[in-house]
Design a protein around this ligand. Structure first.
Ligand code: GDD
Ligand code: MG
Length: 336
């Protein structure tokens, strides 16, 4: 089985972290986000992944120089300009010569959903595409997808205004597609699968959806990225994962609780790191308090600083002693 994985977006909601690295190259626990997505596909029997690259493609090539990730061979398709989701799938599939049924997934979705079950559901529906659907409380930042009792999609409404969604079941960013879908996607320029291709297939009554209650999160916002870590640490997805790297040094007077601590991190005396992500080689100075915040790799937080409420420190930033931040960004958005 083949899978196209979309990883070419700018990751704007995770800036300033994504100014330095594409979103899918950020760590989730001890491995990259991409590795989790590919491992999930591999477990379902996918033997080749076509990476649909756009923003900072070299980061992927450097991380996986032999083209192998989670034991799966990856084909790199670098688009010449951002083609949006359908344009990117068409470009990548064409680049890799796909002529058979395939998976396509958003590269920022972490899930335990049953991919083999989705493939089987697609075969029994007999449509042109089948989407996994997951329930969320606020559907307004997603594609909303009501289906009828036979599983046929009635409408595909991308990011409806708050309070107007006809359903709480949303597009889980995980599809089985027939190659005939390429005939619907113009060869040049940007095409959105959510706003153009799926609504066109709905009009032809050939789009199907499969409900799933399995664990699912789109890790593309600061809050969700942090939550993805807390879920691993808390064991929401099975056995809790160890998220403190063995090469990190945590002073005996420091407190680390419910946090991801990457390789080579130093946490000094009296510091407290709670419900946070601290990427590789950061320094957390003596007495600093980090709560519900994300520190990009190589950064330094000065003594007695206080960072809380989804503060985000970009890669290699140096925060002076006594810095106080409630939901702040370093560097600040004016410089992006
Ligand atoms: N190659 C390429 N080119 N990839 C792209 C492009 C592009 O122009 N634009 C976005 N991507 C990639 C992103 O890197 C990401 O992995 C995926 O496509 C989806 O883009 P997001 O920016 O994360 O979309 P979203 O989260 O707002 O919404 C999408 O995902 C939701 C579920 O997670 C939509 O598919 C929604 O309908 C869906 O509910
Ligand atoms: Mg997303």
């Amino acid at each position: 089985m083949l899978a196209v994985v979309l990883v070419g977006g700018f990751g704007t909601r995770l800036r300033p972290l994504t100014l330095s690295k594409p979103k899918q190259m950020l760590p989730v626990g001890q491995v990259t986000m991409l590795e989790r997505v590919v491992a999930k596909l591999a477990a379902a029997g996918v033997t080749q992944v076509i990476l649909s690259l756009g923003y900072q493609p070299d980061a992927f090539l450097e991380e996986f120089p032999d083209g192998m990730c989670a034991g799966v061979n990856m084909h790199y398709a670098v688009e010449p300009e951002p083609l949006d989701t359908a344009g990117a799938i068409r470009f990548a599939a064409n680049h890799a010569g796909i002529t058979e049924r395939f998976f396509a997934v958003n590269g920022d979705v972490l899930t335990d959903l049953d991919l083999a079950g989705l493939w089987a559901a697609h075969e029994s529906f007999g449509g042109e595409a089948t989407l996994a659907l997951t329930p969320v409380e606020d559907p307004s930042r997603y594609g909303v997808v009501p289906i009828d009792s036979a599983g046929r999609v009635e409408a595909f409404i991308e990011k409806p205004p708050a309070g107007t969604a006809p359903s709480n079941w949303i597009n889980a960013g995980t599809y089985v597609l027939e190659p005939s879908i390429f005939d619907r996607i113009p060869a040049n320029g940007r095409v959105s699968i959510e706003r153009e291709t799926f609504p066109a297939i709905v009009a032809d009554k050939a789009l199907y959806g499969m409900h799933s209650d399995a664990y699912w999160i789109d890790a593309g916002t600061p809050e969700a990225y942090l939550q993805a870590h807390l879920d691993l640490i808390d064991g929401v997805r099975g056995a809790p994962e160890e998220c403190v790297d063995s090469s990190a040094t945590v002073h005996s007077d420091a407190v680390v609780s419910r946090s991801m601590i990457g390789p080579g991190v130093h946490i000094e005396a009296g510091a407290q790191v709670v419900d946070s992500v601290v990427m590789s080689n950061c320094r957390v100075g003596a007495g600093a308090q980090i709560s519900r915040s994300i520190l990009g790799g190589g950064c330094s937080v000065g003594e007695s600083s206080s960072l809380s409420d989804l503060s985000i420190v970009g890669f290699d930033q140096d925060l002076g002693a006594g810095t106080v931040s409630v939901g702040g960004r370093f560097p600040s958005p004016e410089t992006w």
